[in-house]
Design a protein around this ligand. Structure first.
Ligand code: KIV
Ligand code: ZN
Length: 514
């Protein structure tokens, strides 16, 4: 059985999805979950891109022990130096440095001749090797590059010390056959290719990212790059959970194994979806809500008689559990702590107390507290930044009387502990609340997306709201949950605004919070 390494780039390429901006603690939570999922390499960010990214990459590198942590760098010395500073404390640091090789990128973006591109790539890999023992070099836009040129530059960067050669389909243009042929060509025409791992990195613009990745593996790739839920630039990257399950279910055909822990898939997918605000479509392969739902009578009948008639993946394989009833009003702290352990959470005593208080509050109004409810409470507690929150919700009211439109009143607390209050009308309760918030918030804020979903079933289910807001011209996502849909919406709006506030705050403040 051949082994293929898994390189996760959820925190770098995935975080480049429009409107996604994770704070330090959110990135750390995802990194810890990726470690449980068993990825071989995780790309924690692009350290030279911002102070916040630098801090996050450093914290992840210093925390995660069983995964090699990497960071992206352009082919310039200062990026490589910054990446080294961020990664050097890790147990197995590596650098990911890239330079474009396609005629269109070299001519119009880099304004360099092919020979100059070779010289820069070789020089930067050599420089990187003075710091890192492991260096991945990516030929950006490889799938639209000249094959003979690609073979020439790869041979030289391997001689310069590259330990992994990545051939991205940067714009999601290639097809499985073509991409496979490219890997075959490189294997056959680069004399020193055996000295490096060969990696694939596919984007999903034509919906072929997973198929292209598998074609690369069939033709010699020893590493696959991708993201959880396939999030990423434009249409996203290859979805790692799909790839993992495809290789497992069709092991009879591919004879390839990965080190991934498949029953961590659901939890990893849920966490990434919740923290990024990128919803998983119901019909998405492997992790969509409908992936295990059988609707037609014929299918239901078949599954009842023999599950494999219509079910090739079992829910258990990917960690989908029936939404078990956990605890209620009378559950004590010990039972609660046991449950946290069962769910795999490691919380400080202070956070356990906070979680227990939230859990108790919920049991006052909700009879059945499920694993999904707990997951929501715990994720919020684990990822809350304790520092600057510009606006804190103190209270709100909505009145439907006295006029054709409801009127909302909101009380907010500012950092200097002064309370501000305002009122406004709207076509409905949500609009009235958002209009009121607009009048209270100093920043220039525009709502660009608003979403409301329920966590679990039942009329007393928790509501989760996700919004996208532009704050002083930059888009941010925000999320909030509550049993009350209006409160969830207000919390999400404020969460987006507060993230925008961190982002626009001076770099020193960002370092501490973003
Ligand atoms: O898609 C791409 O080419 C990339 C590179 C930076 C590796 O993400
Ligand atoms: Zn990419």
């Amino acid at each position: 059985m051949a082994h293929v390494k898994i390189f996760d780039t959820t925190l770098r390429d995935g975080e480049q999805s429009p409107g996604v901006n994770l704070n330090r603690l959110e990135k750390l939570e995802i990194a810890k979950q990726l470690e449980r999922f068993g990825v071989d390499v995780m790309e924690a960010g692009f350290p030279a891109s911002s102070q916040g990214d630098f801090e996050s990459v450093r914290e992840i590198a210093n925390t995660v022990k069983n995964v090699s942590v990497t960071g992206l760098a352009r082919a310039v010395k200062s990026d490589i130096d910054t990446a080294w500073e961020a990664l050097k404390g890790g147990t197995d640091p590596r650098l990911h440095v890239f330079l474009a090789t396609s005629p269109i990128h070299m001519t119009y973006k880099l304004k360099k001749t092919p020979e100059e591109v070779i010289d820069t790539a070789v020089e930067m890999v050599r420089y990187a090797k003075t710091k890192f023992s492991k260096v991945e070099w990516s030929a950006e836009d490889a799938s639209r590059s000249d094959l003979e040129f690609l073979a020439r530059i790869i041979e030289k960067v391997i001689d310069a010390g590259a330990t992994v050669i990545n051939l991205p389909d940067t714009v999601g243009y290639t097809t499985p056959y073509e991409y496979g042929q490219m890997f075959q060509y490189i294997k056959q025409n680069v004399p020193n290719i055996e000295k490096a791992d060969l990696s694939c990195h596919c984007h999903d613009d034509l919906g072929m990212a997973v198929a292209n990745s598998i074609a690369a593996v069939e033709n010699g790739a020893t590493q696959v790059e991708g993201t959880i839920n396939g999030i990423g630039e434009r249409a996203g990257n290859a979805a790692l959970e799909e790839l993992a399950v495809a290789l497992k279910i069709r092991q009879d055909f591919y004879s390839i194994e990965t080190g991934l822990v498949l029953n961590e898939i659901k939890r990893t997918s849920d966490l990434v979806s919740k923290l990024t605000g990128m919803h998983v479509p119901r019909n998405k392969a492997v992790v969509g809500q409908n992936a295990f739902a059988h609707e037609s009578g014929i299918h239901q009948d078949g599954v009842l008689k023999h599950a494999q008639t219509y079910e090739i993946i079992t829910p258990e394989m990917v960690g989908v559990k029936s939404n078990s009833l956990v605890m209620g009003k009378h559950s004590g702290k010990h039972a609660f702590k046991d449950k946290l352990k069962q769910l795999g959470y490691e919380l400080s005593d202070e956070k356990v107390m906070e979680a227990f208080t939230e859990f108790k509050k919920l049991t006052d109004s909700k009879k059945e507290v499920t694993d999904d409810d707990l997951f929501t409470i715990l994720t919020e507690i684990q990822t809350q930044t304790a520092d600057i929150k510009k606006y804190v919700l103190n209270g709100f009211q909505v009145e439907y009387a006295n006029g054709p439109q409801p009127v909302a009143t909101v009380q907010l607390m500012k950092p200097d502990e002064t309370e501000i209050e305002g009122s406004a009308r709207g076509q409905g309760a949500v609009e009235a609340l958002f209009n009121t918030l607009d009048t209270l918030i100093e920043e220039d804020v525009h709502l660009t997306d608003f979403n409301l979903t329920s966590i679990g079933r039942g009329r007393d289910a928790l509501a989760q709201s996700n919004v996208k807001v532009t704050v002083n011209g930059t888009e941010f996502s925000g999320r909030g949950s509550s049993q009350d849909v209006l409160e969830a919406a207000v919390k999400a709006f404020l969460n987006g605004v507060n993230r925008g506030f961190y982002y626009h705050a001076p770099v020193k403040a960002q370092g501490a919070s973003y």
